[in-house]
Design a protein around this ligand. Structure first.
Ligand code: CTP
Ligand SMILES: C[C@](O)(CO)[C@H](O)COP(=O)(O)O
Length: 228
């Protein structure tokens, strides 16, 4: 089994959540969103370390009991997600690296297994779920401009897994060019790679808006009841 380090970008402010504290520190049952995410990653034998990118202004990370786990390291968060990931990568020595949003606590072990099984490909791999709704592009004035074929249209999820040095190079280049990178695969694509799409569960949601928290709590409970 390939052993690797995971990077967890957790330096966001959660604007869309509209909560008084960053969404990664909101409670889900008896623990915070971030603790659930970290516990799920560390429960897999392939994940030997986790580097968490945390805002320099963060007041909460150091108060989490989990932080005393020697497998967890802290890196400085950056202005954008990609900056946070790039900062964390400086602490990664494993050949492969897995990047997973702090805001995605509902990661099923079966999905992590599937991603890791594809991880040794040079182009890398991401978890993704096929689009199920009919997709529309807006005209910017609140009306439909066009329908977008959902054939081969996927939601990019995380974790995403790549060769560490290739990812560092790709992210650095994209950021130097001033490009907006919202996931690691985008940077790798710009560098000419075509990462594999590994079908993942649609309940691996990213907590983004207020209604997502209760849904994540339900999905997390289902995962625990099914030992997934
Ligand atoms: N500068 C940033 C911005 C985001 N993230 C992290 O990237 C993940 C996905 O980002 P997103 O869902 O957009 O989180 P926020 O940026 O906090 O949300 P918003 O865009 O609503 O502010 C989150 O775990 C977030 O903490 C990060 O590490 N560094
Ligand atoms: C990485 C990601 O979760 C894949 O869908 C997504 O791009 C993160 O976007 P955000 O705007 O930083 O939440």
């Amino acid at each position: 089994m390939i052993k690797m380090t995971a990077v967890v970008p957790a330096a966001g402010v959660g604007k869309r959540m509209g909560s008084t504290i960053p969404k990664q520190y909101l409670p889900l049952g008896d623990k915070t969103v971030l603790e659930h995410t970290l516990m799920r990653l560390l429960s897999h034998p392939a994940i030997e370390r986790v580097v968490v990118a945390v805002s320099p202004e963060d007041q909460w990370f150091g108060t989490l009991p989990l932080v005393s786990d020697p497998r967890i390291a802290r890196a400085a968060g950056g202005r954008e997600r990609a900056d946070s990931v790039l900062n964390a990568l400086t602490q990664v020595t494993s050949e492969q690296v897995l990047v997973h949003d702090a805001a995605r606590p509902c990661l099923a072990m079966e999905d992590l297994d599937a991603l890791l099984a594809a991880a040794n490909q040079p182009q890398g791999a991401i978890l993704a779920s096929r689009v199920r709704d009919t997709m529309k592009r807006g005209d910017g004035c609140g009306a439909i401009a066009e329908s977008v074929s959902r054939n081969e249209l996927w939601h990019a999820l995380t974790p995403q897994c790549f060769n560490t040095r290739e990812l560092q190079r790709a992210l650095s280049k994209a950021l130097e060019q001033g490009l907006t990178i919202t996931d690691e695969a985008s940077a790798m694509e710009l560098a000419g790679f075509h990462p594999l799409l590994v079908p993942g569960r649609a309940d691996n949601i990213k907590i983004t808006q207020p209604e997502d928290l209760a849904l994540a709590g339900f999905f997390l409970q289902q995962l625990k009841e099914n030992n997934s």
